[in-house]
Design a protein. Structure first.
Lengths: 351, 335
């Protein structure tokens, strides 16, 4: 019965990305910045997984590591049946058309010396043997798809506004018909008025082309709008991975709770009664994370076990995964976490 | 771009006039005069006639205006006459060297080819060495190659040419005997053997100057590459699945070359200016040697004219560098 369910498009297993630190006169390897330290999740085809967390928690690193824009330290990233993390360079290049990325800064991520048409058609030069006319036709098609006027084809990136540039970035990512797109804070550098346009465009394109997104953002309300499931990261690890509605109505992990309590409430009456959880202290350095749970230094509900033992990401309710000892006790007490149920939900039901 | 260039050219006129006045006065007011070389046994009236013959008895402002007219009208007209057989400059007084009594521009015409072949080649060789070093150093930052490149640049920067040149003479001319110690200005290149000979005698000065040039340019290239290597669009290019070669040579290199090209363009006037020390060391009879000779002999018109030509070239190549920047970087528009 379980075999009938489709395999997830993206399967990340125990992804680790450590950046070495060299210090001293002889530049000896003295430690690692554990930007991503053992992250696992699946993304179903056609799904949008939101990845949220505060600055420096490793969400962008996860996005880049997934597409192997970094050489990862350990772990497996299976995208569409192939482990991207271990592909040899040439095979990886051939694999790139299936996975693409939309970057945060639309100005910096476009080569300033290339016209729009060349930026969009460059992947076609590399991965197809089409003639110029056909490539141009494809460029126009993509420009139509993202809502850019065809007349702009010969302009340079600096001649566009931020929202238009992000559309160029999206058109470029779409050029080779990818299945999976990592959106690395695609709206963070845009005006609020443009953000909605770009997010809606991404949603439209998902519907039309059946795309799968990893949507990285620190904008919790945007993630609520676009994501099907949401992963909350803290200091290189996933604190909670839950379906969107469940997470936003009742966050389980204390960090997720604190993070979501920071979302602005437009209704002033409700805003007045809103309970904000303000975390004390700073995020520990990822080069020297605390013993035990990463969040133990700031957690309002910390107890002894948190300081010695690192909690694993466990399923506590169907479809909801939390890395917290609080819920470990509950599952140990109650009979909810039957293994069969766990297994099926791990495939991530579409919400 | 055309408007910008024309505007800059117009602006260059007052700039150059101001520079010419400063140069003229500086050289003229400096202590020392060619007359001090005249032996004291020469009678005063003869001495006076000699000074008058040189025109050195005129007030400085008269000589300045006269020199301006000669520089901007008589000399170009003479050149024009030489090419087309017209008689625009007939009977006009050209700028004469007090040292040799021959026109300054004739001397420059004789000296310039030596300078351009030797120093121009050194500049070219320097660029050709520097660019690959800079590119690869940045691509493999902190690698052994990069450390070696840094060491090379450090040596090129800090070792003066009179030392490195002498060292090269000792190693390659005295010990190994591969190249001659002196540059033979009389050598006429008309067959294979003389060509080989020319290459051999150019080798040492070109090496000396090339090392110094390559040091500076390789550092510019490296830092410019490093700047661009970390840019987001390079990551975009990698994400597109382009080959590493395309990413580095097309995306990173082309953007990194923009500032380097302008630095190279700004260095070109120095080729015409010659290299005083290196030319003297190897006996290359070029512009640098002419300038130092003229300074020794208090040959005021020669020094003034050469200094002013350098000023013109510097202004011109600054403009060329700006225009190049505008051509290479689409983000820069001057109009």
């Amino acid at each position: 019965m379980r075999d009938a369910s489709p395999k997830p498009l993206v399967q990340v297993t125990d992804l680790k990305m450590h950046f070495p630190i060299y210090s001293g006169i002889f530049r000896r390897h003295s430690g690692d910045v554990k930007a991503v330290d053992g992250v696992s999740f699946d993304i179903q085809a056609g799904e949008t997984l939101g990845l949220v967390g505060e600055s420096g928690c490793g969400k962008s690193t996860v996005g880049r590591a997934l597409l192997r824009l970094y050489e990862i330290t350990a772990g497996k990233v299976v995208i569409d049946g192939e482990d991207v993390a271990s592909l040899p360079p040439e095979a990886l290049r051939k694999k790139r058309p299936t996975m693409q990325m939309v970057f945060q800064d639309p100005q910096a991520s476009l080569n300033p010396r290339m016209t729009l048409a060349r930026i969009i058609s460059e992947p076609l030069d590399e991965h197809t043997d089409w003639n110029d006319a056909r490539k141009l036709e494809r460029v126009y098609e993509l420009m139509d798809a993202v809502g850019l006027n065809r007349r702009f084809a010969n302009r340079f990136p600096h001649e566009f506004s931020g929202g238009q540039r992000q559309r160029i970035g999206i058109a470029r990512a779409l050029a080779l018909n990818p299945k999976f797109i990592v959106c690395d804070e695609p709206i963070a550098a845009l005006d609020v008025s443009i953000q909605a346009q770009v997010v809606n465009l991404l949603e439209d394109l998902q519907e039309r082309f059946g795309l799968t997104y990893l949507f990285i953002s620190h904008d919790l309300s945007m993630v609520r709008h676009i994501a099907d499931r949401v992963a909350v990261m803290y200091l290189g690890k996933i604190a909670e991975l839950s379906p969107r509605d469940a997470l936003y109505s009742l966050p389980l992990h204390p960090y997720a709770e604190a993070l979501l309590s920071a979302v602005n409430e437009p209704d002033p009456v409700r805003a007045a009664t809103r309970k904000r959880i303000i975390l004390k202290g700073d995020v520990p350095s990822p080069a020297n994370p605390p013993l035990g749970c990463n969040f133990s230094t700031r957690c309002p509900r910390v107890f002894d076990r948190c300081r010695v033992e690192d909690p694993a990401l466990r399923q506590v309710e169907p479809g909801r995964f939390v890395a917290c000892h609080l819920y470990d006790q509950q599952t140990a007490a109650g009979p909810t976490g039957a293994p069969e149920v766990n297994e099926r939900n791990q495939q991530g039901e579409l919400q | 771009m055309l408007t910008f260039t024309l505007r800059r050219l117009l602006l260059a006129i007052p700039t150059l006039l101001a520079i010419s006045l400063v140069i003229f006065l500086l050289v003229d007011l400096a202590p020392g005069s060619p007359m001090s070389e005249i032996p004291l046994t020469v009678p005063p009236d003869v001495r006076q006639r000699m000074i008058e013959a040189l025109g050195a008895d005129q007030p400085v402002i008269v000589r300045y205006v006269l020199w301006l007219r000669q520089f901007f009208w008589v000399e170009p007209a003479t050149l024009f006459d030489g090419w087309f057989g017209t008689t625009w400059a007939e009977g006009e007084q050209r700028i004469l060297s007090w040292q040799s009594r021959s026109p300054v521009f004739t001397i420059i015409g004789q000296r310039l080819p030596q300078t351009l072949t030797v120093i121009g080649t050194a500049y070219l060789v320097g660029i050709l060495i520097a660019l690959p070093i800079g590119i690869y150093s940045a691509y493999r930052q902190y690698s052994l190659f990069d450390q070696g490149g840094t060491l090379f640049a450090m040596i090129g920067f800090s070792v003066p040419t009179f030392f490195s040149g002498t060292l090269f003479i000792i190693i390659f001319a005295v010990w190994l005997g591969w190249f001659p110690t002196k540059y033979d200005t009389q050598l006429v290149v008309n067959d294979w053997d003389s060509f080989i000979k020319q290459i051999q005698q150019m080798a040492l000065p070109v090496m000396t100057l090339g090392l110094a040039n390559a040091a500076a340019i390789s550092r510019y290239m490296r830092s410019s590459m490093l700047d661009n290597m970390g840019m987001d669009y390079v990551r975009t290019a990698r994400a597109k699945g382009l080959s590493e070669r395309t990413v580095v040579l097309k995306h990173v290199l082309r953007n990194s070359l923009i500032p380097v090209v302008t630095v190279i363009a700004l260095g070109i006037p120095a080729i015409f200016g010659g290299a005083i020390i290196t030319e003297n060391l190897f006996g290359v009879n070029g512009i640098g040697a002419a300038l130092i000779g003229a300074i020794h002999a208090n040959d005021i018109p020669m020094v003034q004219t050469l200094a002013f030509i350098f000023a013109v070239l510097i202004v011109l190549f600054n403009l060329i560098a700006d225009v190049l920047y505008g051509l290479l970087d689409p983000r820069i528009r001057y109009d």
